[in-house]
Design a protein around this ligand. Structure first.
Ligand code: PHE
Length: 491
């Protein structure tokens, strides 16, 4: 292979995907860091926000994150059957940029419309871009895992950039500048993708084979659902229907849980699985619960922890008050620092034959998550005595959460593809994102609950979460002794 035409020794197309995902995550995390600050910001003053209650704002944040990851499921289906993955990524990126530019308009009415565009665009982009990464390695299987590791770095470089630029502009100049910066970032991603798309070759070009008639019928369904959706949103914007955000978030959480539950039951009972495939499915079901619970804690970063940073944390560094969103740097920074260390630890443990199996790694992830909220409970206690507290508490919280992420997240998807029933492989990807969706909406509900009564109500909610993490971790550890087959060697 011609080395000048590779990307860190990988197929050159990886560079195109790396940069596209970097800009997409820059815009996603940059905007997300501003979301609850904007919604709950005072309506008057230098940078007027929307003045909404914590409960409403956190619920909307949860619905937003839940929708983003839920839409990955239809987004994958549309790419598989109608558009092909490349086209889906391109259209998705374009819609995301449109969404951020809509949010950048300084009118309140553009808010939900902008969020809807970002949701739809991310649904088309996020899952499908990861699928193309896999397709680049058709004949180079042994390199695929390290390709995904490089790709994971693009996510973290992107989010760092997003926090840096969008949080600064949004908080210090004006919210809509921050949203606009996210749009410009995504626009760079779109231009870059168009320019270097040819480097992907055939990867992600062709949707599944089917008759033109069938494809055009499926497209009609797709457009009909889109029109239906925009009619509902339009009616909402015109004030014809009003929904209570918390009520909606609760129902949405039930809906997602039922979708996941029905799917698992269907697979278990009616998909004609063998006994060992059924056993693996029980394992995946428990991992699913673990992952959903994990993301419910993880997504507090732009929710309740963001508010804790704003209201109860001293943000001055050498006389300069840093933007609230900058504290979220901690996560991507720690990922970059610790990812190789974790990989090294797993590799070492594998060499001495002590590599923990899947449920144990998930349990470790959850225990770190529990620990991170224990740190927050201490910080809240101190803040109740005298607020604001130092930044080190949130940084330590994010450190533990990142360790949890590194134990759980990189193996999660491969666990689903490895232990899922073979004939349902494509859908395992959607299932993994469904766990993130449930986690996201739960994050909003729990965050609202935590902040409902100011500082006082935070610790009871966080300790409730800790108890849950411990219970699930213990169940997973117990299970790891029963399911011996779940040995996981690759990271
Ligand atoms: N940082 C990861 C990302 O943005 C978190 C994540 C993992 C999100 C898995 C969704 C699913 O990609």
């Amino acid at each position: 292979m011609n080395t000048s035409n590779t990307f860190f020794g990988h197929p050159i197309g990886l560079r195109t995907l790396f940069l596209t995902e970097m800009w997409e995550r820059m815009s996603y995390y940059g905007m997300r860091a501003l979301l609850v600050l904007y919604m709950t910001g005072a309506v008057s003053g230098f940078n007027p926000g929307l003045g909404w209650s914590q409960v409403d704002a956190q619920a909307i944040y949860g619905i937003y994150v839940g929708m983003v990851y839920f839409m990955v499921v239809p987004g994958g289906w549309i790419a598989d059957n109608i558009l092909g993955h490349q086209k889906a990524v391109l259209i998705g990126a374009f819609i995301i940029a449109l969404g951020h530019f809509t949010l950048a308009m300084p009118i309140e009415q553009s808010f939900f419309l902008g969020l809807t565009f970002v949701v739809l665009g991310t649904g088309l982009l996020k899952g499908n871009i990861s699928t193309i990464v896999g397709e680049l390695y058709k004949n180079l299987d042994e390199k695929r895992d390290s390709g995904y590791t490089i790709f994971y770095m693009s996510i973290n470089i992107g989010s760092t950039l997003g926090f840096l630029v969008c949080a600064y502009l949004g908080e210090k100049i004006g919210w809509h500048w921050g949203f606009g910066a996210a749009g410009i970032g995504m626009a760079f991603g779109v231009i870059q993708f168009i320019k270097h798309r040819n480097l992907l070759g055939d990867a992600g070009m062709h949707p599944n084979e089917m008759s033109d008639k069938k494809r055009s019928r499926l497209s009609t369904y797709m457009y009909a659902s889109l029109v239906g959706m925009f009619l509902v949103i339009g009616a909402g914007l015109m004030g014809l229907i009003t929904v209570d955000p918390r009520f909606f978030a609760e129902k949405f959480a039930y809906f997602l849980t039922i979708v996941a539950g029905v799917y698992f039951v269907y697979l278990f009972l009616f998909a004609g699985l063998t006994a060992s495939e059924r056993k693996n499915l029980i394992l995946l079901f428990l991992l699913f619960i673990g992952a959903a619970a994990f993301w419910a804690g993880f997504d507090q970063s732009a929710g309740s922890l963001n508010i804790f940073a704003r209201d109860y944390t001293d943000l001055s560094v050498l006389g300069f008050v840093i933007p609230v969103g900058w504290l979220q740097f901690a996560n991507p920074m720690f990922v970059v620092i610790f990812a190789p260390i974790f990989a090294g630890i797993w590799a070492y443990l594998a060499r001495i034959n002590l590599n923990p199996n899947l449920p144990i790694k998930f349990a470790i992830g959850l225990l770190f998550m529990a620990l991170s909220f224990l740190v927050m409970i201490i910080a809240v206690d101190i803040a109740l005595e005298s607020s604001p507290v130092g930044m080190q508490w949130l940084v330590l919280t994010y450190l533990f959460q990142t360790w949890g992420e590194l134990a759980l997240s990189p193996i999660g998807l491969s666990a689903f593809s490895r232990y899922g029933p073979k004939r349902y492989m494509g859908q395992m990807f959607g299932l993994w994102f469904l766990a993130s969706a449930i986690g996201g909406v739960m994050a909003g509900l729990l965050g609202g609950e935590a902040l409902d009564g100011g500082l006082e109500t935070i610790s009871p909610v966080f300790s409730f979460m800790i108890q849950y993490y411990l219970v699930i971790a213990i169940v997973l550890i117990g299970l790891s002794f029963i399911i011996k087959g779940a040995k996981e060697n690759a990271n």
